[in-house]
Write a protein that binds this ligand. Structure first.
Ligand code: GCB
Length: 681
């Protein structure tokens, strides 16, 4: 019943927003006032620790091949009405096998599934051991389902979640059959409307067979959908560690580290006899030697001190980057009764920023990185460990120290990789091209940030929150809207600066004053003055300077680049050729070097790390080709140039060593112009 109402609401929303533009105009006029009156705190997420095994916890995955049904686009609620979740899906409709995790779009050869709009269904059976039914609790956790998920266990409603790319979980202890077979059913809805994050539009159009439903959106990446990340079942004791929040600090000379912790417990013992609970926390170094320990009082809040600390440093900023300690938390009830054990990795570092500089452990950061996508052939946005490992190897090969999770939160597994490898993350929520600001949208936008900060706040690799990509910040209401979004994010985490990747001209922008760091996207010689390599350098310098003049804050360039068809060579450089991408980069490097002398310019991010799939349009040949790597993760010509630059910067700014194979031997003629050895940088 609840689900049916919800679905109807979605449809009503769709209709409401396509009703009339007059309505919209009136709505926008009243918007600022309404925001001020209505702006309220949103419901916050709970729990969400990454599932880990321990002495007191078991974890199993439900990944694998599920059964799958695509609903009729014109009848998206049929499965709910007909109760497809009450029995095996195959009893209601013919099913096909579908891998989890993966996007469903590119798995079959059917255009109807690739471009499907609306609901799809998954189900599978799984066994729950008898032992899980005794004296413990069982939780069901999804890493991400895009965009909206409705879940049933054995035909009974378990959880509903809206927002792609973010985890959700629920207790299923009471829904499971122990020592027996169980069924999980998931309905996933990919429809994007004006109040989803990101926004989209649904409309009806005549086609040769009558009428069809069209999903449109203004961003270019393909709206992949499905169960994108792992599905876990895990157990906890009855009273367990539900949340852990960590904040780290360093003494002035970086020799002593502090780890402030705050633990939240869920369970009856916590409610009934709060004062009897306490925790023992221990920190172990990489060699497994204990370097700090403390016993908490019943508030479960406190601090540990690590002497001779090894701070967490970004890749190439230190000879031992990504140093992680292990924090072990043991929760006890009175009389030393061990209740729960949870372990998590901790990197000890500080962040600070001024109106010119962003510092990690007291050292200024110069970012050299990428905008990326979670995107691959066949599996779409589905988690793929092989691809993730390859991507981190490429990042390190090319000498990057950072990337932005454009344009949505990336997998928790990749965040753990970034911690380990010392890659800094600008962590972006799923708000892209945000416009038509309204209260429902604001609430969902804030919710996406709440879920993101909650999920990622303990990762040392996360150094900045990005609250939007290319929002329409020239619109009148953008000022109030982003004031609320930025302040809300700050209230969730004041230890990291806030940015947004902005593409409107600095003169028009109304949101930058609410940010700590200004990021701007611009495609000189591509979208503006196409092909004009002589119109890049000065324009980049003057735009960056304009942003700094207007807001007096650090500035970075978060996107620049050119579509490049691998293997297309044209001399002199011509759009789409490898030569052109190389030249576009080089003209930007010149601008960046001039800007670096200004001190407030703090980083350069190429768009994009790799080629990726887009919706069909005449501006894209098989997808967005601005990758420095192909979609199969092989370097284009410009990758080699970028590698030389990133390592040159690393050497100049962070005194890093450069790899021996950075330059190919040319000639033993000496002279400063011939670069034939890495030391000639
Ligand atoms: C942008 C967007 C990014 C696009 C890129 C492009 O400004 O932020 O999502 O993919 O341009 O290549 O058009």
């Amino acid at each position: 019943m609840h689900l049916t109402i919800n679905l109807k609401c979605r449809k009503l929303e769709i209709w409401a927003f396509s009703l009339s533009s007059l309505f919209l105009v009136c709505y926008i006029l009243k918007f600022t006032l309404a925001l001020i009156i209505l702006n309220k705190e949103i419901e916050t997420s709970r729990g969400m620790l990454y599932p880990r095994e321990s002495e007191t916890r078991e974890v199993r995955t439900l990944d694998g091949i599920w059964n799958f049904v695509r609903s009729d686009e014109t009848n998206p609620t049929q499965g709910i009405r007909d109760g497809w979740f009450k029995d095996d899906l195959s009893k209601s409709m013919p099913t096909i096998p579908m891998p989890v995790p993966a996007s469903y779009n590119d798995i079959t050869t059917e255009q109807a599934l690739r471009d499907h709009v609306g609901t799809v269904w998954y189900d599978r059976k799984f066994f729950v051991p008898r032992s899980w039914g005794q004296d413990q609790r069982v939780w069901l956790r999804f890493g991400s389902v895009h965009y909206e998920a409705f879940v049933w266990i054995n035909g009974r409603s378990a959880v509903k979640h809206e927002m792609g790319h973010l985890p959700f979980e629920t207790e299923v202890t009471h829904l499971l059959k122990y020592g027996a077979e169980n069924r999980i059913t998931v309905m996933c809805d990919n429809a994007l409307i004006q109040t989803t994050v990101p926004q989209g539009k649904i409309s009806e159009m005549a086609n040769d067979d009558g009428v069809t439903i069209i999903q449109s959106y203004t961003f270019d990446f393909f709206n992949y959908a499905g169960i994108h990340r792992s599905v876990h079942l895990y157990t906890t004791p009855k009273t367990f560690i539900e949340e852990v929040e960590i904040k780290t600090n360093l003494s002035e000379n970086n020799t002593v580290g502090t780890v402030d912790y705050s633990i939240t417990v869920n369970g009856t013992a916590a409610n009934e006899a709060e004062n009897t609970l306490f925790a023992r926390l221990q920190i172990y170094n990489r060699e497994g030697v204990q370097v700090a320990n403390v016993t908490s009082d019943s508030k479960l809040v406190g601090s540990l001190q690590v002497d001779n600390v090894k701070p967490w440093w970004p890749y190439l900023m230190h000879s031992d980057p990504g140093y992680l300690y292990e924090l072990e938390i043991r929760l006890y009830a009175a009389k030393e009764q061990l209740l729960d054990v949870y372990r998590l990795k901790v990197g000890i570092r500080t962040l600070s920023w001024t109106n010119t500089t962003f510092l990690i452990n007291g050292k200024p950061i110069y970012f050299r990185g990428f905008g990326r996508h979670e995107d691959a052939d066949v599996r779409g946005r589905g988690l793929d460990n092989a691809l993730m490992a390859r991507d981190f190897n490429l990042l390190k090969w090319i000498g990057a120290n950072a990337y932005r999770t454009s344009h949505y939160p990336y997998s928790e597994e990749s965040m753990q990789f970034a911690d380990q490898h010392g890659i800094m993350i600008i962590d972006e929520c799923p708000s892209v091209d945000t416009e038509n600001f309204n209260q429902v949208l604001l609430d969902r936008h804030k919710s996406s940030l709440e879920q993101l900060v909650h999920r990622d706040r303990n990762h040392p690799s996360v150094v900045m929150w990005s609250i939007a990509n290319e929002p329409r910040t020239g619109q009148v209401n953008a000022d109030t809207y982003f004031q609320f979004v930025a302040n809300y994010t700050r209230s969730l985490d004041s230890t990291r600066p806030i940015t947004a990747a902005i593409a409107v001209p600095s003169n028009d922008d109304k949101a930058g004053r609410h940010l700590d760091i200004i990021s701007f996207n611009r495609y000189n010689a591509w979208y503006s003055n196409t092909g004009r390599l002589d119109m890049v350098t000065q324009r980049v310098i003057s735009e960056a300077t304009g942003w700094n003049k207007k807001y007096d804050k650090p500035v970075l360039m978060s996107e620049y680049g050119a579509d490049t068809l691998e293997g297309l060579h044209l001399q002199p450089a011509f759009v789409w050729s490898e030569e052109f991408q190389t030249e576009v980069f080089s003209r930007h490097f010149k601008a960046f070097d001039a800007l670096r002398r200004q001190k407030w310019f703090i980083g350069e991010f190429v768009w994009n790390f790799a080629d990726f799939k887009t919706a069909q349009t005449y501006t894209r040949v098989g997808g967005n080709k601005k990758g420095v790597f192909t979609r199969a993760r092989q370097p284009k010509a410009a990758a080699h140039l970028l590698r030389q630059r990133y390592f040159a910067l690393g050497r100049e700014v962070d005194q890093c060593n450069v790899p021996n194979d950075l330059f190919t031997y040319i000639a033993d003629v000496g002279g400063s112009n011939v670069k034939h050895d890495s030391t000639d940088l």
